[in-house]
Design a protein around this ligand. Structure first.
Ligand code: MG
Length: 164
């Protein structure tokens, strides 16, 4: 059992604007919707929040530092590749994932049908059983930019323990 002082917690937060006609991808899963996230990458706001949580847990800065949106090499990139890269970084620091919890705030569409696929896609990259990965979806009761369907908001929390 790892000493609690050797464990690390990280939080990540991200927002992207929605625009007509763009593809929507969340947690590595393509979602059927008439709007998608405006982004330099594939706009996977949930994976961006998770990357920031991983980087935050080991105090390695943030996603914008490692994968700047001004760099041509990251244009349209699959954010799951960024997540894989964050996993390499935390492994290099000597850590593994204990569990992760992601919350996506979006007014429409209902994300329920996609949740289990999202969990298994994330679990595959995080190197843990699907029971250790939670993805939750909420609306904001039509309040704010999320409620007006102008954007999507994501929060993520991860717990890390030392690798054996
Ligand atoms: Mg982002």
């Amino acid at each position: 059992m790892a000493d609690v002082m050797d464990m690390r917690i990280g939080h990540g937060y991200d927002v992207h604007a929605l625009a007509q006609g763009l593809k929507l991808r969340l947690c590595g899963v393509d979602i059927e919707h008439e709007k998608g996230c405006v982004s330099h990458s594939d706009g996977d706001v949930a994976v961006h929040a998770l990357c920031d949580a991983l980087l935050g847990a080991v105090a390695l800065g943030d996603i914008g530092l490692h994968y700047p949106d001004t760099a041509e090499e990251f244009r349209g990139i699959d954010s799951m590749l960024l997540l894989e890269d964050c996993m390499s970084r935390i492994a290099y620091e000597g850590f593994r994932v204990v569990n992760a919890d992601v919350t996506i705030a979006m007014q429409r569409p209902k994300l329920r049908p996609y949740i289990d696929t999202m969990r298994s896609r994330l679990a595959g990259v995080l190197g843990v059983d699907v029971t250790r990965v939670s993805v939750k979806a909420t609306t904001t009761e039509r309040l704010g930019f999320v409620g007006r369907e102008e954007g999507v908001e994501a929060n993520a929390v991860v717990l890390l323990a030392p690798r054996k």
